[in-house]
Design a protein around this ligand. Sequence first.
Ligand code: DGL
Length: 275
Amino acid sequence: MLTEKSTDPIGVFDSGIGGLTVAAALQNLLPSENIFYLGDTARVPYGGKSRRTVERYSIEIGGLLLAERAKIIVVACNTASALAVPRMKEMFKVPVQGVVAPGAAAAVASTKNKTVGVIGTRATIASGAYEHAIHSLDTDIRVISVACPLLVPLIEEGMFEDKVTNLMLARYLAPLLSAGIDTLVLGCTHYPLLREAIARTAGPAVRLVDSAENCALAVKNLLEKNTLNAPPERLGKLDVALTDATERFLRTAAKALDLDIGDVSLRSVQNIEKS
Ligand code: DGL
């Protein structure tokens, strides 16, 4: 059944470009949907900022997505999901889907020895959002979390296969591996771009949980539940808007994800922090 909003886009938001991993997973799973992706490149990174600031930015970006007629808002940023999704759900009338809950559910389904590792930005790890979401499903699971603040800049430099990146991964993952995790949540939307290097460092005994794929599945369910799906016969497109004209990493990520991007435009945001 089609409704008035069926042909409106899925609004996807990230602090920058990393959320394109979620856009790619959405395109694979829901090829007939139009996707409008908004990267807050003027204010990235969110990963070291306070809850208050991340909430304020996220609500502002959510408003910009609604101005594009978004029928659902996908928060394709782990930091914003961990810190701002509850407030966004209160504020917006359209469904809001973050990446934390689907990632946590996938980790619970994956772990056999009930020992799960989580890696993410400082703000995501400090929020305890993954522990909370995992423990709401199974209180017996041990969750060990490590903030990996240097991974985002390495990824943005395109250093997917690099000695320095491997060295940092070995250092960040060491406490998780010695704790005996069998499941590792990639709790940052940039990390799927580093999947191969992470898998190599973690070894074959550790299953990787990718927030992008699990979020796409949750969006599919949400669209079905709210009868918001696009007509199945059409081929959707991906349009991108940024809050600052920083296209370099956009091209790197689009190439790595094999993404076909339509229009790239600019949007302005009000609350630029003075540094
Ligand atoms: N998108 C952020 C995340 O998934 C990483 C980049 C940032 O720190 O803003 O946590």
